[in-house]
Write a protein that binds this ligand. Structure first.
Ligand code: PMP
Ligand code: GLN
Length: 381
């Protein structure tokens, strides 16, 4: 068997969700909403199943969705995207990340990764023969260490994999930080795979800025979105990549060899979703912001010290004042077994030296679920 995969554990999200079931715990671990996405989008997918278009769709995606992705790029970011040559629809952002890296790197190429990192990044880079160069952000400020980032770039650098808004810390990269990254890409003639699955889940009036919108970056970025996050339908696994035509042909070849296509009914429903009015997108982030605030208030009352979260489904909490024995994984086990609440240890997002006493809570849950979690935590501590 492939030794890298054989030595890869089951993803922390699956492990913790199973733990939640076993202990009948409130699951604030794995990031998925506990309500359905928009009814019209779901209805469109159901209707599309019955209208006789259930065979293989075009490799790069159904035209309606490619056009909708291009239109959304124009509408939200002023990006001019050719729907026929610059969009590839994938089976979730997960495939999009792999397809993008596959398209960019040859074995031996270096890929800059920022810790904490999403769990698929490192294994995929390694499986493709890429050489990861890790740069870490540290709590509580999560500042981009510019000198270290610059030092991670060199003659063999092919790409950076950038996640903004960032899972698990909720960091939304600023224009200045993106400008710095852009200058490194130009200096080293490198590319960026931009995981922007939380692009529409941004709070407190912050603005998500795609790296691709910065000067010189239109030709250097592969920008990834996910219908799962944008429409609260995480099981659908419809993702999309936008990038320069010269690269997207190669991305399409990667997709051709990974999955070839993605369910056509879901694609057509997502096309309808992307054309929803501004109120939908504003409501999505406003609702999540209120859920974040609700959970933060409860966690604070229970004795946690929460860190700022400007986007995503997640907020980090420092539990040092509540418990000092064991690491964050042990703390999460205790939390599940004894308090009946599941969270994700921050250390799961680090490959190198592990940070201590921080856990990630997902707040994309109904108010009564958050309330029950808060009640349990307050009772326990
Ligand atoms: N990237 C990040 C940062 C994520 O949090 C997720 C969702 N869990 C994904 C990619 C995968 O998205 P999808 O479900 O569309 O494959
Ligand atoms: N992205 C989700 C999270 O961070 C989980 C996705 C998965 O379970 N693979 O919680």
């Amino acid at each position: 068997a492939n030794s890298l995969l054989a030595n890869t554990g089951t993803t922390i999200f699956t492990v913790m969700s199973a733990l939640a079931v076993r202990h009948q715990a409130i699951n604030l671990g794995q990031g998925f909403p506990d309500t359905e996405g928009p009814a019209d989008v779901v209805a469109a997918a159901a209707a599309a199943l019955q209208d006789g278009r259930n065979q293989y769709p075009p490799l790069t995606g159904v035209p309606e969705l490619r056009q909708a992705v291009a239109a959304a790029n124009q509408r939200f970011y002023g990006l001019d995207i050719d729907a026929d040559r610059e969009v590839v629809v994938t089976s979730g952002a997960t495939e999009a990340i792999t397809a993008s890296l596959m398209a960019l790197i040859d074995p031996g190429d270096e890929v800059v990764l920022i810790e904490p990192l999403y769990d698929t990044y490192l294994p995929v880079v390694k499986l493709l023969g890429g050489v990861p160069k890790l740069v870490r952000l540290a709590p509580p400020e999560w500042e981009l260490p510019r000198a270290e980032l610059a030092a991670a770039f060199g003659p063999k650098t092919k790409a950076i994999l950038l996640n903004s808004p960032m899972n698990p810390i909720g960091k939304v990269f600023s224009a200045e930080e993106l400008g710095f990254i852009a200058s490194l890409l130009e200096q080293h003639d490198a590319y960026a795979v931009c995981d922007e699955v939380y692009e529409h889940l941004v709070f407190d009036g912050l603005r998500h800025i795609p790296l691709m919108t910065l000067p010189g970056m239109r030709e250097r970025c592969l920008r990834i979105g996910s219908a799962g996050k944008t429409f609260s339908l995480t099981g659908w696994k419809v993702g999309y990549i936008t990038g320069p035509a010269a690269l997207m042909g190669v991305v399409a070849k990667a997709h051709q060899n990974l999955t070839f296509t993605t369910a056509p009914n879901l694609q057509r429903a997502v096309a309808l979703g992307l054309a929803k009015d501004d109120a939908y997108f504003a409501g999505l982030s406003a609702d999540l912001q209120a859920q974040r605030d609700h959970l933060v208030t409860g966690l604070t009352a229970a004795g946690f010290k929460t860190l700022p979260s400007g986007g995503s489904y997640f907020v980090l909490a420092d539990y040092a004042a509540l418990d000092s024995d064991g690491d964050d994984a042990a703390f999460c086990m205790k939390l599940a077994e004894r308090a009946g609440v599941v969270a994700i240890p921050l250390s799961a997002f680090y490959a190198g030296e592990k940070p201590r006493h921080h856990v990630r809570f997902a707040f994309c849950k109904q108010t009564h679920v958050l309330d029950e979690a808060i009640t349990r935590l307050t009772r326990y501590f």
